[in-house]
Design a protein around this ligand. Sequence first.
Ligand code: DGJ
Length: 741
Amino acid sequence: MIDFNAATRTFNLILAGSVYAFQVDGEGRLVHLAWAPRPAGATDDDVIDGRNGFKAADSVASFERQTRRDEFLTFGDVTYHEVSLKASFASLPRDLAAQEALHGPIRDVRLRYASHEVVTDAQPGLAPTHGLPTSDPSPRQTLRVTLRDTVQPFAVTLCYRLTPEHDILERWCELENSGQEAVTVEALNFAVLHLPKGATELTSVYGNWAREFTTQRERLPVGIRVIEQRGLQTGHFANPFFLANWPGQAWEECGPVYFGALAFSGSWRITAEHLASGDVRIHGGYNPFDFRLDLEPGQRHVTPAWVCGVSNAGWGGASRRLHAFTRQRVLPRAPGWSEERPVLYNSWEATYFDLSQAGQVELARKAAAIGVELFCVDDGWFGARRSDLAGLGDWVVSPEVFPGGLNPLIDEVRRLGMRFGIWVEPEMVNPDSDLYRQHPDWVLHFPSRPRTEARAQLILDFGRPEVVAYIYDALDRLISQHAIDFIKWDMNRNVTEPGSTAGQAIWRRHAAAVYAIMDRLRRAHPHLSIESCSGGGARIDLGILTRTDQFWTSDNTDAFDRIRIQEGCSLAYPAMAMEAWVTDVPNHQTGRISPLSLRFDVAMRGALGIGANLNRLSQAELDECAGYIAFYKRIRSVVQQGELYRLQRLEEYGASAVQYVLSDQREAVYSLAVRDHQIDQHRPPAVLKGLNPSATYSALDHRGQEVYRASGFELMTQGMIDDSGKGIGYSRTLHLVQVEK
Ligand code: DGJ
């Protein structure tokens, strides 16, 4: 609900459990008033009415006059702190030009309130154009507040889209140049989030290839903490989300926690700014590194969204809001696919580049027999791609690998009752490819400079419309000529030499082109499902998730490492999109041996996939896999649609216990995995959450056998079955089902 008090010009954005308020002050500035969980018992009539003159105290020092909490901070008003926007004008408007000598370029924007409106179904920049609905397509309100520069013909509209049921606001801005000259934008954040003073405990993730989502929690020192990726994809080094709270006042399940996540897969930056005054501002938007946006006369620019919220239920509450929002409002619903993600088989770790028609058919038969629903052929099926040294860019089926084309394999996969998927890496080219031989100028590079290769590949210049058109046509042809249900869209290197015909706009244009190709493919092939992959988890964000169905979380498939990677990932992203495979031992990335039970128990925390070489498994092992897959199908709706509770976190217990529970409380899933354990170490039994206290639950293991029976009250007070003494590699998953007493 959006409440506007016309007398005090105060806005209240009222969400299920939180409120966000700001006011137009006497000078027409938009000043932030509050963002907080709503106190228990508050009604929709309880709002901040803007009469009490509440104003964050200014510093007494004449050196610090820039702590006012403007809803949009512009360079000009603010010069020595971070800003939302820095733009420059080449000259004054004509009527003012004669007045004084120009101190140009004029790097000064002053915005004052002009108007506001509430609209339904407004869309941020780079919103999907595939036309597919989300699970909840009901309309949403957006407040649009337009601010105009006091001198220049330039306006900024601040947008706030409300998803009240999840306490989520999507913030973005729209710039408009209505003048006769171009405006040069030098820095642009989608929005600034003003946290309460002192909310300086920051949670974020960092990583690298095979080490994604390493959680770090730190106290923000006074100064600036930058979380960023300078790249063409979201990146491994960090992921564009944060959680923040007052130190010591929030924990996994209690206390107010603020959160934000960028819906953008290009070069991004989150800047957490802790001023000496105690103010905390979290800016999110385009990375200003090598940034430039020329807004031509008459042109508008709409930024992607900075998705944010506050929860009173700790880090877990913040995660659950992001998960529910992503499940219901972000992920597309392709026709013909159920709400839940299928069990996938991917042949990458089984065969790598050693592909053959017969080998894939053999794997497909075994996969179908153990219950797999979607069979995906990975890298190596096309052109001269017999290793990672050649062939990228030539998206034609290799007759060497598939002499009769792909269709005989696809037919067999379908006959076996599975859907068919295939790997592609559309943004790349190997110099040893027909595409590169024909178009050496189609890659990112600077003339007469080296073209640095990584994994023997170069990046296509998606700033060139003809390249984007070529890649779209190649993929469209592939999908049109074959019954392909699913593509795994990969991207396997970071950018160097970002020289493009699009100039510095390539930092935005590349992601926009990826989005456009995906959207167009989904429009042309509505049944198509897409997995986002970038050397594992380097393209996971709320922007890509509006046009993909799931993501490949990490190339690290070691179950022990996965406990941590998936726990970090779960801070922001829901289990249903988090693809997790069971692979062979010794693990190909770490060499570690882990029991099959642990590999399944950890992979079943997300969208289950199998990546093991099924030809190497004994019949007994295949039967065991089949048993786990059947079990996963029984618990899948709970894992993928339920609310997640991180009952015991790895960093505290050396073990991770998580729970998923359906909103009607009839079913839950409990999952424990022990990574570290010392002799005589005793973990407390995990205390469950969100159950019906007066109901009785039967806890069934993967064989369907009851191993425990207790009331919701007991499970939420005494805790779960006591596994406290169990050692390294121990795991269990239990399906809790309500039964008669
Ligand atoms: C990186 C991906 O993350 C892997 O799963 C696999 O698809 C390879 N690329 C193939 O080259």
